[in-house]
Design a protein around this ligand. Structure first.
Ligand code: KG4
Ligand code: ZN
Length: 341
């Protein structure tokens, strides 16, 4: 019997302070998340300086809680996995410094993880049968990528957004129609009461790059619609706008993903990132995959938004490949997927 590999994982790239213990890659022994959302809501979005300060305040507590819930001591940990990019530099630095300190004091290997690799890896946790190759649509607050997962830790980006990320568009539209921050879950809820065909918002298609995305057009169309209503003195139909905006975004995400799966002859498709928690995207993608005979994978909502369990899973596969980082590991705010520093 091989010895268990226990990863202590740390995530602090944005506004979630999180730690988890993951056994042998796919078994989550604990997954503790301190969300700062309430703090940032006041300002209508994430304030980087506040996020960093709160990470410092909460980091040790969250790690202690993750270890105690897992019933594991620091000495029993095999390695520490930490998100080192992309994200807010000050926020990332808190996690990276913490991970380095633990590894130095306890003489443990340090494994730096790409945040998006973490999101993709969230799919491995509840789907024990999922193995690469597969296609993954990554939709978060900062990213919209169609990724070909060739093998563990081997990625090819086949499409990405040219402007706003899907989550960013959700957040901006939510703010414009007065739903507040974070906009994604609020639009998801409000859209259930609206008519998705009420307003025809544009579905952007980019010539010569069928798998790229653009969401700035639909965002501007929503703002124009609101202005037009105000000029004419017509009350804004919040639920209809939310439903019609969501229909436009989801349609593009689904059609691009299915087309790519077909072209690359992949019979497995996964979704990841905060927007993957969206109920409309989940049901539309499930229906489209069923029709195409594609196996559809998705993490539960808690594993879609930022968490450390997904970082632990990604760190496990990196660790198995022999990836070890030194004390010079730094936060890399614009780290690219597949890049090794
Ligand atoms: O992955 P994530 O937690 O953080 C980043 O890495 O960016 O994603 C956060 C994004 C936010 O834009 C948020 O509005 C969006 O995910 N989001 C949703 C839903 N839940 C979170 N968007 C649509 N529907 C949801 N249910
Ligand atoms: Zn994220």
């Amino acid at each position: 019997m091989e010895e268990d590999i226990l990863i202590l994982a740390i995530e602090s790239s944005c506004d979630e302070t999180a730690a988890a213990v993951v056994r042998n890659g796919r078994e989550v022994l604990s997954n503790v998340i301190f969300t700062q959302i309430a703090l940032h809501t006041l300002y209508g979005g994430v304030v980087p300086e506040i996020a960093s300060r709160k990470h410092i305040e909460k980091m040790n507590q969250v790690i202690e809680a993750a270890l105690s819930e897992a019933g594991v001591t620091l000495d029993e940990i095999t390695a520490v996995g930490v998100t080192y990019g992309p994200g807010l530099v000050g926020a990332l630095l808190v996690g990276v410094a913490e991970a380095k300190a633990i590894c130095f004091a306890k003489k443990k290997p340090l494994v730096g993880v790409h945040h998006i690799e973490g999101h993709i890896s969230a799919n491995f946790i509840e789907n024990r049968d999922l193995e690469p190759p597969f296609l993954c649509l990554v939709v978060s607050g900062g990213h919209t990528h169609l990724v070909l997962v060739k093998d563990y830790g081997e990625y090819k980006i086949i499409g990405k957004t040219r402007d706003d990320a899907a989550g960013e568009a959700y957040d901006k539209v939510a703010r414009a129609i007065g739903l507040g921050y974070p906009g994604g879950p609020k639009i998801d809820q409000t859209a259930k009461e609206g008519n998705p065909d009420a307003i025809a918002f544009p579905r952007a298609v980019i010539e010569d790059a069928p798998y790229d995305f653009s969401f700035s057009g639909v965002k501007s169309a929503v703002l124009n619609h609101i202005n037009a209503c105000q000029m004419k003195g017509i009350p804004i139909q919040t639920a209809d706008i939310a439903a019609s905006f969501q229909a436009a975004v989801v349609e593009v995400l689904v059609t691009h993903s299915i087309q790519a799966a077909r072209e690359y002859e992949l019979d497995k498709l996964a979704i990841a990132g905060g927007v993957a928690a969206n109920s409309e995207l989940r049901s539309r993608m499930a229906a489209a995959c069923k029709e195409e005979g594609i196996q559809f994978y998705y993490p539960s909502p808690k594993l879609c938004t930022d968490n450390a369990a997904m970082i632990g899973t990604a760190a496990y596969y990196e660790y198995r490949k022999g990836v070890r980082h030194g004390w010079d590991l730094n936060a890399v705010p614009n780290l690219r997927l597949g890049e090794f520093r």
